[in-house]
Design a protein around this ligand. Structure first.
Ligand SMILES: [Zn+2]
Length: 280
């Protein structure tokens, strides 16, 4: 990617090396979330449930640490680019976009959705409208999922920001309302559509970032490789050695690539209506 001229976002909370403080979710909730993550279930949903059993507490205030390192600069520029794209896209829809915050953490951190664990991978918490990333996930992307490259890393941020776009549009709330009201299989179905739409929104970002000359040749292939590498079928195969389609919450690798491409090729919100699509 070519981010030299890209504005860096101010919406970064650097909590790396800060430790956990007092947890708001019991050890049971954490274990549940880790198991859920390995089963391919969106940990924010599990954490939300765990959180209902404990008090809601504000996450700690951001603290200034040393000068920003290379990785922090990269992530804040990617976040800045998503802010530019989504503010413009929302303006086109006569709506106002509210920027999310992005929390960098190491190991574990508190969120309004419960305790975030590095093992869960990056996640978005709709309750506090923050994206949470432990940068060790980027090492996993390279080593475990064989999806190296800066654009693959940017895609991960863009996907989580896609969930924030969904929150702004009221789509996350619809999914939450289904929780406990429909069967587990039906809820997973709805969750897959939410995930694939976030991939499509990441594609819209890629389309518009491409027009702003932020992309290098080969970047889109990197993004596609990342989308493919972290599909539920691949993750489940790595974790369990077999695939259980009805428990997918992120969609198969092929579906993730297809929806990312739809957003990327069109650059249009209308291309991302995964809820209207008969075949995913
Ligand atoms: Zn997601």
């Amino acid at each position: 990617m070519r981010l030299d001229d890209q504005r860096a976002s101010d919406n970064i909370e650097d909590r790396r090396g800060m430790g956990m403080g007092v947890g708001t979710v019991g050890i049971g909730g954490i274990v549940l979330a880790i198991i859920a993550a390995f089963m391919g279930i969106d940990p924010s949903v599990v954490l939300d449930t765990a959180q209902q059993m404990s008090s809601r507490e504000e996450a700690p205030a951001p603290q200034k640490s040393g000068p920003p390192d290379q990785m922090q600069v990269f992530v804040s520029k990617v976040l800045g680019s998503t802010e530019d794209v989504w503010n413009a896209t929302f303006r086109e829809m006569n709506r106002e976009y509210h920027d999310p915050k992005l929390v960098l953490f190491t190991g574990a951190t508190r969120s309004a959705c419960g305790t975030g664990q590095a093992a869960m991978g990056p996640f978005y918490c709709p309750n506090d409208e923050k994206v949470y990333i432990d940068l060790s996930f980027y090492r996993d992307l390279r080593q475990r999922f064989h999806a190296p490259g800066d654009f693959a890393q940017a895609y991960v941020v863009a996907h989580e920001v896609g969930h924030h776009v969904q929150k702004q549009l009221g789509i996350m709330q619809k999914l939450e309302a289904l929780q406990g009201r429909v069967s587990k299989a039906e809820f997973n179905q709805a969750s897959v559509r939410v995930e694939l739409q976030a991939d499509c929104f990441a594609g819209i970002w890629a389309n518009r970032a491409g027009k702003s000359k932020l992309l290098d040749p080969g970047d889109l292939e990197e993004g596609l490789a990342a989308a493919s590498a972290i599909g539920d079928d691949r993750l489940q195969k790595q974790a369990q050695g077999y695939v259980v389609p009805e428990s997918f919450t992120h969609g198969s690798s092929e579906q993730r690539v297809r929806w990312f491409k739809r957003g990327m090729d069109s650059g249009q919100m209308s291309a991302c209506d995964t809820f209207a699509a008969r075949a995913l």
